[in-house]
Write a protein that binds this ligand. Sequence first.
Ligand SMILES: Cc1cc2nc3c(=O)[nH]c(=O)nc-3n(C[C@H](O)[C@H](O)[C@H](O)COP(=O)(O)OP(=O)(O)OC[C@H]3O[C@@H](n4cnc5c(N)ncnc54)[C@H](O)[C@@H]3O)c2cc1C
Length: 440
Amino acid sequence: MKKMTDEGFSGGAPPHDYDVTVIGGGPAGLAAAIAADQAGARVLLVEREGRLGGILKQCIHDGFGLIRFGEKLSGPEYAHRYLETLGNTGVTVRLLSFASKIRKQAGGFALTLVSRGGVDTLQTKTLVLSTGCRERTPRQVNIHGTRPAGIFTAGQAQYYTNILGQLPVRRCVILGSGDIGLIMARRLTLEGAEVLGVYEAKQSPSGLSRNIAQCLEDFAIPLLTGHTVTRVFGRDRLEAVEISRVDEGMRPIPGTGERITCDGLVLSVGLIPENELAESLGVWIHPATKGPLCDQRYMTMISGVFSCGNALQVNDLVDYVSESGIAAGYYAALTAERTTAIGLDRGAAGNFAELTTDETFLCLSPQRLDMDYTEREIPVFFRSREERGRTLLRVRAKGREFFRRNYSQLRPPEMERILLPLENLDLDPGDRIQFTLEEP
Ligand SMILES: Cc1cc2nc3c(=O)[nH]c(=O)nc-3n(C[C@H](O)[C@H](O)[C@H](O)COP(=O)(O)OP(=O)(O)OC[C@H]3O[C@@H](n4cnc5c(N)ncnc54)[C@H](O)[C@@H]3O)c2cc1C
């Protein structure tokens, strides 16, 4: 088994020449690096933090791995399964190394890394971007007032509680009903803090149903939809917040403000895929997923650049994150094998069919099908735009329906996965595969 050093090199590959470089060592990056190694590539895995595992390191609750392992694991346990496998591969790992710049060049990419030893540049034929996502911060939410201590994103509150062992709040309000906020409502309650309520501006909660039941209902924590925080009070430390009702357009209703005394405001108001590196390369970001537009191999519009995990789209299940990592890593290895010294850029020009939706969808990926690859079926992920009761998903190509599935309900917070059969489709380049959600 190879050794992983703080920021040094490990594994057997020459340090400055890789087939596949994976940026980000969360569950997506771990899966991608292992898959690329197993496909025979020389692989580098780059992580800016001191330990691999990404967000899983701070998720000490269970519920991870139900699909992949048929078990309810904690985040660190789930990551450990991949770390054990990684230890038996030839993957070179660089920790405490920040990927700061990527430049396209003949036959691949030049990647600049910043680490404690300084700045260095290495060459790689292909890239897998698995940089995860970031949380919306207080400055991205319209709240009046001062900026006292005591306002945290849910991920920051989780880091304080689970990694540093410090309780960041004693009596708090949670704004937003995303999964991290729901999980932190339970976690802070278990640690002795008083969670006065979870306030959500939308008319329905944003988190998974199971988290609403297990994190709020089981602990009698109130969930108030149609409410938001409109003002914070306090100079050095938060002293109170003002909660107001909102109208259908999520605008605060004047005169409904109520002041609530608290020393903490925890924000769980959304995640945004982290794609600064991708954008610097000119990768096209899809407005619906906020991640790169990609094909069924997880390749972006730039040939040789792959995207997976939460950088591609915000996932609610880590199992899907790993699934995308495995595919991205495997296809990155395959692409590297076919890349010549001159390079092969057919990202925008190849034989593609488009996967299209109507307005009933919030998002769907992949958005294109590379017809030079002939899989019998491909995983497709989607979210509905609205909460829906019984619904029929229909998929058509060349005017003919070739796939349908019934759902008893669809909710935007819950990402759906189907395996789309592609056999006997006989598509031409530019054809559309059309997805609709209809009354059954
Ligand atoms: C609070 C919380 C609770 C969750 N609960 C569940 C659950 O119960 N069950 C479940 O299945 N899923 C759950 N999830 C979802 C799941 O954990 C995530 O979808 C998954 O961890 C995302 O993996 P990732 O590898 O894409 O991103 P991350 O885990 O965020 O990893 C990205 C990595 O990239 C690194 N990085 C970023 N930019 C750079 C750069 N420029 N250079 C070097 N490194 C970089 C980061 O440091 C990080 O380590 C939860 C998520 C959260 C946040």
